[in-house]
Design a protein around this ligand. Structure first.
Ligand code: NDP
Length: 248
């Protein structure tokens, strides 16, 4: 049911954290993986290659997802190298937290550019390939913060809420071509992004399951949405948050 053999997945922000785990889980289930991230000399994506079986195709591509033209170049290169694209996971994301009244314009722009425009760029450029797939999938990694808002994260919340709007609009546009588009809204997942946060006990108290999530918790949700089992699901947002954003 979760066999992705013969399919090609593009994962952005795949050098570490949740993106790296998504790339590994999709690969473990038979997909060929194009791993997109910033400059490979800063974060050598190629270092993860030994984690992949020798018989499984895997390739790293250097790209800043905010760059519209470079994203097109990379999208076309991936489709050429792998002979098509079936799955796109828009995962690259950053946070630049501050209270709204102290937030710099550059921090607002940077977060919107990576988290929202980056997803637009890759969706826009890969759609022509996804629509040729019999099982085209776009999976956007949003956040519960996009559903709930959060003091000190207006830029991040706006970008992640925007990503949900992008997901639902693209789901309606792409449905006629058989491409599903869904979002995942993780809660507190232990990665570099959350490593520096203070008062983690306070966060724990707010999570009904009383524990933080792991990258693999998000990756298995991606695997499900990428698989044939999810072929009748589109425009949906799946929370992976230990109950954090549950409505009463
Ligand atoms: P990390 O910071 O650990 O990893 C993010 C990856 O994205 C890094 O490899 C980073 O590269 C890359 N990246 C950043 N900017 C760009 C860019 N412009 N172009 C290409 N790649 C880029 O984050 P997480 O793994 O924690 O988060 C992954 C996604 O999950 C993000 O979208 C995040 O918002 C979302 N999320 C995370 C949660 C959490 O609790 N961790 C909760 C909810 C959502 P570099 O290292 O060079 O910056």
């Amino acid at each position: 049911m979760f066999d992705l053999t013969g399919r090609t997945a593009v994962v952005t922000g795949a050098a570490r954290g949740i993106g790296l785990t998504i790339a590994q889980v999709l690969s473990d289930h038979g997909a060929s993986v194009a791993a997109v991230d910033l400059a490979t000399e800063i974060h050598p994506v190629s270092e993860v290659e030994p984690a992949f079986g020798a018989d499984i195709k895997y390739r790293a591509y250097e790209c800043d997802v905010t760059d519209f033209d470079k994203a097109k170049q990379i999208a076309d290169a991936i489709a050429r190298d792998f002979g098509g694209v079936d799955i796109l996971v828009n995962n690259a994301g950053i946070a630049r937290d501050n209270l709204l009244m102290r937030m710099q314009e550059s921090d607002f722009d940077a977060v919107l550019n990576v988290n929202l425009k980056g997803a637009f760029n890759f969706t826009r450029h890969l759609f022509r390939y996804l629509m040729r797939s019999k099982t085209g999938r776009v999976i956007n990694i949003s956040s519960v913060i996009g559903l709930m808002g959060n003091a000190g994260q207006a830029n991040y919340a706006a970008s992640k809420a925007g990503l949900i709007g992008l997901t639902k609009s693209a789901a309606k546009e792409f449905a006629g071509r058989g491409v599903t588009v869904n979002a995942i809204a993780p809660g507190f997942i232990e990665t570099n992004m959350t490593a520096g946060l203070q008062n983690t006990d306070e966060y724990l108290k707010a999570i009904p399951l009383r524990k933080f999530g792991r990258p693999s918790d998000v990756a298995v949700a991606v695997l499900f949405l990428a698989s044939d089992a999810a072929s009748y699901i589109t425009g949906e947002v799946i929370r992976v948050d230990g109950g954090l954003a549950m409505s009463s």
